[in-house]
Design a protein around this ligand. Sequence first.
Ligand code: NAD
Length: 419
Amino acid sequence: MVDDTDKINPWEMVQAQIDKAVKHLDCDPNMIEKLRHPERSLLVSVPVRMDDGTLKVFKGYRVQHSTVRGPAKGGIRFHPSVALDEVTALAAWMTWKCAVMNIPFGGAKGGVECDPTRLSMGEIERLTRRYTAEIMNFIGPDRDIPAPDVNTNSQVMAWIMDTYSMQMGHAVPGVVTGKPIAIGGSEGRSEATGRGVVYMIIEAAKKLRLKLDGATAVVQGFGNVGISAAKNLFREGVKIVGISRSKGGVYCSAGINPYELQRYNDEHKTMEGFADCDSISNEELLTLKCDILVPSALENVIHRGNAARIRTRILAEGANGPVTPIADEILKEKGVFILPDILANAGGVTVSYFEWVQDLQNYFWNEAEINDRLRQIMTASFKKVVAIADDRRIDNRTAAQVLGIGRVMEASQLRGLYP
Ligand code: NAD
């Protein structure tokens, strides 16, 4: 079979994006060169006693791309495709994302190459605790603060916090974000990424004069980000015609209630058979006609092979890196309004920032305050990105990179780094 995709190594995607942004940045080329390399990369072996008594060794990673603007910040992913280049790319996107939001963090990412669907709860706990022990000297509230990403959740964060705290001899809630509220987590954190995606869709819809009430949407991925994005869209009156997870999805022209779908999916462990819906593959789902498409799963899902068939007005990147550089060009030609990952899905890290601040000051805010502050920060960033795009006649992704990379460069310059 001919591979008609241009799925690329995510780290190459980062380099191609820097090449594009750099043309619009007025800065010392040496400093840009520095950002093409992560500051630190840690590779660890994670031995885990399996339930059957055997010992398995997993590969783990933690990469700090930049700490120029503050401690490194970024999620931890458990997935079979986790690899050093992927983690490094995700760390760089975190650097730009925190800078676009203007929150005082650098960028990091971590992961363990494993298939959590084949691990028991006990095995996942032992893997998490051992991975934490291996990266112990790398992380900390002032150094590098992990958070959830694909296949990790608040329970995993609780185990990381506990393992770290045991070593320190006292509770250190600020070492991770995305924790359960009972141990220093923040109101609104679990929904924050998807909610932020929808705040950005609301702004994009205003700009495009698209009425959200009655508009149609498709959501790929029904995990932390996808579920919350779907629920928030539903609350805005948007009709969600397609939703998928890794094993396929469902389509219903009359609209899907994501609350009911979540209940059905939790009970039956599949979406198949959900009320009045037809089954649909992920490939078909992405090319459904809609006003808003929200990829919320993994990288490289929109590529040269399917970009021309994408039929949406707004593409809101809940996932990191879902569109390849060639697909980006094709979508631009088609006039799709892209809300790039480092803007669209920054709600998670922004509320993680609030969580970290609350942990450090031991004083907690209510959910309305959190959502309000989140909306203010994201809306201000949206306006800045769109103003740069309009002024310089560049696409939103490049504009967001110009804003983010520009702020990292400014910080580097002020600190007198890399003389
Ligand atoms: P998750 O593990 O909670 O959910 C991932 C979802 O994607 C699941 O429903 C899974 O079935 C689905 N999926 C996996 N492979 C797929 C495929 N090939 N096709 C279709 N669906 C597939 O993960 P998450 O935390 O929701 O993260 C999703 C994306 O959002 C990732 O790119 C992540 O980096 C990004 N992100 C997450 C956060 C966060 O706060 N969790 C913040 C910013 C960005």
